[in-house]
Design a protein around this ligand. Structure first.
Ligand SMILES: [Zn+2]
Length: 382
């Protein structure tokens, strides 16, 4: 057996997930991080990739909500090839780990998507599992989900969702449409449960959290709004220390003032793209269950003007955190790496550049967030 390759990446600014190290080197041993050292301490014999002057090196971005990329919609092709195309498209923008996201669809399509994700985990390290967004959603908050497939869970669904699998299974549901105990049953089987497309009241959200729900999918969008006498899911998310919430920071989905409010919550904010096929692709339109969606002024819109996902990529989301929300760069980077890693239980292996963690890195120019290079499990692309 050959010894895993030892090499190093050196940069002017290395953010390890907690602190910035100036003129540092990340030593990679095979698929893992061996050490972060000052450049001056690097052994002379080691092979080195030097980044351009001023570049930053940080933990690779992790995106928990990716409907598509590279001109492909996961619902149209929930296969190994489909998921790999999407992962490759997003890698150009610094994403080194993602969950392909299947929006509300048939039982058969869900089964196929679950099989695909389970087969890919371990083979394609950029795919961490799967996100099923729906189908147990509120008919009052369908967004652009296919209303024909929105439904309540059956016994068949429960056995499909709790069957043994590889990788993460994140399920977005509306707690008010599933029976009591359903969330607890999923959580006991290792499923991460998140609230979304929901009209749940504050009390219903609290009950769901007592069963183990921890996530809030694209907070603010497609859920009961904050109101004085019915605070709904948003208040519960912001006041719970163990909640996490996905934010779409594209300037279109949520007003920056509301996003700044979310950042003051007690829970864990994280960036998601909710990306559609045009990200990393060449076409500016696509079809979503038969309906034409056009990219217009940086938004994906139906003919009626409803938002249908985004054309956001993670590097731009980080840039928007700085420009629209006034966040320091390291804080924005944490929202794109350590926070999503922790939310899906990968805080022991992803989201930081420390010894033993998987060598998932992104190198970028901090002036415009242009991605210069990425590494996934030690394999570079530059
Ligand atoms: Zn959604």
């Amino acid at each position: 057996m050959t010894e895993p390759r030892l090499h190093a990446v050196v940069g002017d600014h290395v953010f390890d997930g907690a602190a910035v190290h100036e003129r540092a080197a990340v030593i990679i041993h095979g698929t893992r991080i061996a050490q972060v050292v000052p450049q001056a301490d690097l052994p002379r014999t080691i092979s080195v990739k030097a980044l351009p002057e001023g570049a930053w090196l940080a933990p690779g971005f992790i995106d928990l909500q990716v409907n598509g990329g590279g001109d492909l919609l996961f619902n149209d092709q929930p296969t190994i090839e489909g998921a790999c195309t999407i992962a490759a498209a997003h890698r150009k923008f610094g994403t080194t780990g993602l969950l392909p996201t299947l929006m509300t669809d048939s039982h058969e399509k869900m089964r196929l998507a679950l099989r695909t994700a389970s087969a890919l985990v371990g083979r394609e390290p950029g795919v961490l599992g799967i996100h099923l967004e729906g189908p147990y959603l509120s008919p009052e908050k369908p967004g652009v989900h296919d209303a024909r497939h929105i439904r309540r869970p059956t016994a068949d669904d429960i056995s499909m969702l709790t069957a043994p699998r590889n990788g993460v299974l994140l399920l977005t549901l509306a707690p008010e449409v599933v029976p009591p105990g359903f969330i607890a049953q999923l959580v006991a089987a290792g499923v991460c449960v998140s609230l979304g497309h929901s009209m749940a009241s504050y009390r219903q959200t609290r009950a769901a959290m007592a069963e183990g729900l921890r996530g809030f999918t694209h907070l603010f969008n497609a859920m009961r709004p904050l109101a004085s006498r019915e605070p709904g899911p948003i208040a519960q998310a912001l006041e719970s220390t163990d909640a996490w919430y996905g934010l779409i920071v594209d300037g279109a989905h949520v007003d920056p003032a509301m996003l700044r409010l979310a950042l003051r919550g007690l829970g864990r904010p994280l960036l998601v793209t909710d990306a559609m096929p045009p990200v990393g692709g060449s076409r500016s339109s696509f079809t979503l269950h038969g309906e034409d969606i056009t990219v217009w002024d940086g938004r994906c819109l139906t003919d009626e003007g409803t938002l249908a996902g985004s054309v956001l990529d993670m590097a731009t989301a980080v840039k928007n955190c700085i420009r629209l929300l006034g966040m320091p760069l390291p804080d924005a980077l944490r929202l794109a790496s350590a926070n999503p890693a922790t939310s899906i239980g990968f805080e022991h292996m992803l989201g930081r550049l420390v010894p033993g963690y998987r060598a998932d890195l992104v190198a970028f120019d901090p002036n415009d967030m242009t991605v210069l290079a990425t590494w996934v499990a030690g394999n570079g692309d530059y």
